[in-house]
Design a protein around this ligand. Structure first.
Ligand code: GLA
Length: 574
């Protein structure tokens, strides 16, 4: 017993010494240790979104409609297949129904970037090159989408866009691409660490140290402060800006606006990931990644180019990364800014109309992107990948349906591409899958072999085509109010009731039988009238349109039977 107590005390003493050493060395390298300790306990975004404007980019405001190569073709795509698909979208009437984007998912790229470091199409399967394909598809009055990842490689291990964001965005703009899906594979989290900074020089080209920002002329917020560094005790630095600890700002007066060189003199640290800071110049964000090692000399330099205005400029140094969600937010916003700049600059330089790019965030719902997606892009995946199985559709639906508060014009939850007509889904399940996606104001991105749908003698294909071109349901999906359906509280067991308000004052109502038996139902429409979200006034009777049978009738309630896994869906007017 005594020896157990002695061992316990020894272990605790060693842990305490290790903690004190870690704490002291963290402070000595200019970092706030308490702020670092917050990280493992938080998984949500801590970035202050009030400061961030919404991502607005003049793309269409209703959910995107088109086709993607991924669900059916995976890595077996080529220029002929893509072009034939575009032609089939026209022939089948799908393009007329609204499906106008032809999206190449992963595997369009060559594993080799070209001699300028730009992405290029696979040299074997896209021999004419992506720009030629975009041109041909545009001639059909259709638009083209492309895919990359914010990691070092895509999910299929092809070149991705980390550290190439500006370059790749310029390539997309030059090619006239109008949709961009940005995945999360081979992602590298941004470090919450920032080294202590000794001073910062700002020079116009060919001029010597015009302005020097030093710790003693800085303004500090939070825990940020002036400090001394162990290795160079005679020199001052500014620090404690890691993990959202605080900010260090300077007011700088400049005579001439223009691009200036900024040199950050910092103290090196040994780190697992590259230390990082943001430099906000008059509201514009620049990002700096520092080396992650501490070789011969204790201090180092990091340079960037910044735009300054004539007159007063405010320059702020910070590292706002507290959680992994914060890191994802900044990885995506980096590309969002690059895309907006790229399309704008391309239009100015070539004196053409800007072709904005719909930006699609695909990080599988990990960092709760519905809470920040509208600041960064037009749509955000809320779940892992869909498969053509009922279980997959159910799981995705259950998560996405709860997020109804986050959708509005130009900004949508994305429960992933459609699997209607794929795998072993029954006719009833295909109709339900399509209906639920329309009720949830989801982007409608087909995952079929469209060439098959053009075959008039293929009965299964024609049944699929009928579902996908249901005009009344497409109108619900594309409704300009863009409000996602809300689950309504009720007492019908095994049945979900969803309702969404529509722009002309109508309501779309869906009853979804999740059980494995046929169910009878009776639902009083007046139930919908006390709901602020639906804003629907009571009446003695309503005009009701059944959107699958196309029947129209007047009544104050709907009733009947719903097949297992089936739906009833109505448009209700006063
Ligand atoms: C991820 C995405 C999918 C698809 C593949 C491509 O899994 O979630 O939608 O884009 O990558 O590799």
């Amino acid at each position: 017993m005594t020896s157990f107590i002695i061992i316990l005390i020894a272990v605790l003493a060693i842990a305490l010494v290790a903690f004190v050493v870690w704490f002291a060395s963290t402070v000595a390298s200019g970092k706030c240790p308490l702020c670092m300790m917050k990280q493992p306990f938080l998984s949500k975004l801590t970035v202050d979104l009030k400061e961030q404007e919404n991502f607005e980019n003049d793309t269409e405001k209703s959910p995107l409609m088109g086709w993607s190569s991924w669900n059916t073709f995976r890595n077996h795509i080529n220029e002929e297949l893509i072009y034939d698909t575009a032609v089939a979208l026209k022939e089948t009437g799908l393009a007329d129904a609204g499906y106008r984007y032809v999206n190449l998912d992963d595997c369009w790229q060559s594993s080799l970037r070209d001699e300028n470091g730009d992405l290029q199409g696979d040299l074997e399967s896209f021999p004419s090159g992506i720009p030629a394909l975009v041109e041909k598809i545009n001639e059909l009055d259709l638009k083209v989408g492309l895919y990359s990842s914010n990691g070092t490689l895509t999910c299929e291990d092809l070149p991705a866009s980390l550290n190439n964001e500006v370059n790749d965005a310029n390539t997309l703009a030059r090619w006239g691409v109008e949709y961009f899906k940005y995945d999360f594979c081979h992602h590298e989290y941004i470090s919450g660490d920032c080294p202590a900074i000794e001073y910062v020089d700002i020079n116009a080209d060919n001029e010597h140290a015009k302005i020097r920002l030093t710790p003693d002329n800085a303004m500090y917020t939070g825990k940020a402060r002036m400090l001394t560094i162990k290795e160079l005790p005679t020199q001052k630095a500014f620090g404690f800006i890691n993990h959202g600890a605080g900010t260090v700002s300077f007011d700088v007066d400049i005579d001439n606006e223009g691009e200036y060189n900024m040199t950050i003199h910092f103290f090196k640290v040994d780190a697992k990931n590259k230390p990082y800071c943001q430099v906000i110049v008059n509201g514009r964000m620049y990002e700096v990644f520092f080396p992650a090692s501490k070789p011969f000399t204790p201090d180092g330099r990091q340079q960037l180019k910044v735009k300054l205005d004539s007159g007063r400029n405010t320059i702020t140094f910070l590292n706002p990364i507290v959680t992994k969600a914060d890191s994802s937010f900044y990885q995506y916003i980096r590309m969002a800014n690059a895309l907006k700049d790229a399309t704008k600059n391309y239009a100015i330089e070539n004196e053409t109309e800007e072709k904005p790019i719909t930006f699609s965030i695909c990080e599988w719902g990990l960092a709760r992107p519905w809470t920040w997606g509208a600041k960064v892009g037009n749509m955000w995946r809320t779940t892992h990948d869909i498969t053509p199985q009922w279980a997959s559709i159910r799981v995705i639906y259950e998560r996405n349906v709860r997020l109804y508060n986050y959708a509005y014009p130009g900004h949508y939850n994305d429960p992933d591409m459609l699997e209607v007509g794929n795998g072993n889904l029954t006719e009833e399940e295909n109709k339900s899958h399509f209906t639920l996606w329309c009720m949830m104001a989801a982007p409608l991105v087909l995952g079929n072999d469209i060439r098959e749908l053009a075959d008039k003698n293929n009965e299964k294909a024609q049944a699929t085509l009928n579902i996908l071109t249901n005009k009344s349901l497409i109108l619900i999906d594309q409704d300009p109010l863009s409000k996602q359906a809300k689950p309504i509280k009720h007492t019908l067991s095994g049945i979900d009731i969803l309702a969404r308000p529509l722009n002309n004052g109508d309501v779309a109502l869906c009853l979804f039988n999740k059980s494995s038996h046929q169910k009878s139902f009776a639902f009083n429409i007046n139930t919908l009238c006390d709901d602020e979200y639906l804003n629907f006034e009571k009446a003695d009777e309503y005009q009701i349109h059944d959107l699958w049978s196309d029947e129209r009738f007047n009544a104050s309630q709907v009733n009947g039977y719903i097949e297992s896994h089936g739906v009833k869906v109505y448009r209700i007017s006063k």
